[in-house]
Design a protein around this ligand. Structure first.
Ligand code: NDP
Length: 334
C-alpha cells in the first residue's frame, strides 16, 4: 500500500486551489471544486477525492471547457430553477442553485434544480447532504457516458448513472446513500486491469457481447447494470431524468461531445428537494426515525455511517492522503 500522511483540511484545500488556479481556472470554480474533492478525501470517498485532481487538466483541455464560467440561477416557476454551468465544472452551478432550490421546496413543498452543460467529476452526496441539512429530502442523479448496456443487450447505451438520496434526521447526520447503477464502478474495473486481476463475470461483457472476467475486455466492451432488469430500469430512469427531462444530453450524446479529449462527461444534473414538513407534517420525521431504529436494533450499518466516522477521524487527526499522490499533484503545478 502507498505510504500515507495526514494533512489538515485547510492545507489540502489550499493545495488543490493552487493546482486549479495554476491551470487557469477562475476563482469561483476553483474554490467549489477544491472543497468538494477535499470533502470526498476527508470522508474516505477516495474514488472521487484528490486522485481526480490530475485528470481535471484533461477536462480543462476540452475545446469547449470554460475556465471563466460564472453560472447564475434562473427561476423558471415556483418550483423549478435552472442554472447553466456554461461548460465549466458542474459543482459550482449546483452549489449556486441549491439555495434557490431549498427556498422553493420550503415554500411549495417540492423543488427541482436543473443544472445544464456541466463537466461532472464529483461524487453526488455533498449536494444532497446540503439539502438534508436544510431539513429537506434531497435526490440527485445524472447520466455519464454510454458505457453500460441495458439488461439483455450487448452495446453501451446508458451511463454509469449515479443516484444520491438524503433524508434529514434533525441533530443526527442525515441518512445518505450515493452510488452508480453499475455492477461495479469503471474505476474499480480499471484498477483490476492495472493490477492484472480478474473481475467477476457479472460486471460486464466483451466487444462480442459475451460475459468475461477480463477487465480490459469489459472496458473495451460494455459494463452491466447492477441487479439485472431492476438496475437497468433504474439506470434508464436516471438517464431520462438527468438528460432529456431537463433538456440536456443523453450519455451517448455526452460521449460524442467528448471529441477525444478524455474529459469528464459533460451533461445535465437533476437535483430534487422535498419538504417532509409540508407533505407529511412532523409525523414524517418521527416515522422515519422508527425505520432507522429498526436498523439500529439489529446493529445494521446505514449508508453514510462509514463516511461520518471517517470525517470525525479526519477532523481529529487530519485527512489521510497518499504521499505519492501529493507529490504528483505538486509536480503538476507549473
Ligand atoms: P459504492 O458501491 O461504493 O456504494 C457507496 C454507497 O453505499 C455509499 O452511500 C456507502 O455508504 C454505501 N454502502 C457501501 N457499503 C455499504 C454497506 N455494507 N452497508 C450500508 N451501506 C453501504 O458506490 P459506487 O462505487 O457505485 O459510487 C461511488 C461514488 O462514485 C459515488 O459517490 C457516486 O456519486 C460517484 N460517481 C459519480 C459519477 C459522476 O457522474 N459524477 C459517476 C459514477 C459514480 P458510505 O459512504 O458510508 O460507505
Amino acid at each position: 500500500m502507498d505510504a500515507e500522511i495526514r494533512v489538515p483540511e485547510v492545507e489540502l484545500i489550499a493545495l488543490a486551489e493552487r493546482f486549479l488556479r495554476s491551470h487557469g481556472l477562475n476563482a469561483a470554480q476553483t474554490g467549489s471544486l477544491a472543497r468538494i474533492l477535499v470533502a470526498a478525501q476527508r470522508d474516505g470517498s477516495l474514488s472521487h477525492g484528490l486522485q481526480r485532481l490530475p485528470g481535471t487538466r484533461d477536462t480543462m483541455g476540452h475545446p469547449d471547457f470554460n475556465r471563466q464560467a460564472d453560472p447564475q440561477p434562473e427561476s423558471l416557476s415556483p418550483a423549478v430553477t435552472r442554472i447553466d454551468a456554461q461548460y465549466g465544472f458542474s459543482c459550482l452551478a449546483a452549489e449556486r442553485g441549491i439555495p434557490q432550490l431549498i427556498e422553493k421546496a420550503r415554500q411549495v413543498g417540492i423543488g427541482l434544480l436543473a443544472v445544464n452543460n456541466g463537466f461532472h467529476s464529483t461524487a453526488l452526496w455533498p449536494m444532497v447532504e446540503r439539502i438534508a441539512e436544510a431539513g429537506l429530502v434531497g435526490l440527485s442523479m445524472n447520466p455519464t457516458h454510454a458505457w453500460v448496456t441495458p439488461f439483455g443487450g450487448t452495446k453501451g447505451v446508458l451511463g454509469t448513472n449515479p443516484i444520491a438520496f438524503a433524508w434529514p434526521r434533525g441533530e443526527k447526520p442525515p441518512y445518505v446513500f450515493d452510488f452508480a447503477t453499475t455492477a461495479a464502478s469503471r474505476a474499480d474495473i480499471a484498477m483490476h486491469r492495472a493490477s492484472g486481476k480478474e473481475i467477476p463475470d457479472h460486471w460486464g461483457l466483451d466487444a462480442s457481447g459475451n460475459r468475461t472476467t477480463d477487465p480490459a475486455e469489459v472496458l473495451a466492451g460494455a459494463m452491466l447494470p447492477f441487479g439485472g432488469h431492476k438496475g437497468s430500469a433504474l439506470a434508464t430512469m436516471i438517464e431520462l431524468m438527468g438528460g432529456p427531462l431537463i433538456g440536456d444530453r443523453t450519455s451517448r450524446q455526452s460521449q460524442d461531445f467528448d471529441k477525444g479529449a478524455n474529459a469528464a462527461p459533460c451533461h445535465g444534473e437533476l437535483l430534487l428537494a422535498f419538504s417532509p414538513e409540508l407533505a407529511g407534517g412532523l409525523v414524517a420525521f418521527e416515522r422515519a426515525e422508527s425505520v432507522f431504529k429498526g436498523f439500529a436494533d439489529q446493529n445494521v450499518r446505514l449508508p453514510g455511517d462509514r463516511r461520518y466516522r471517517t470525517r470525525e477521524q479526519s477532523a481529529r487527526e487530519g485527512i489521510a492522503v497518499s504521499v505519492a499522490l501529493l507529490e504528483r499533484i505538486r509536480s503538476l503545478i507549473p
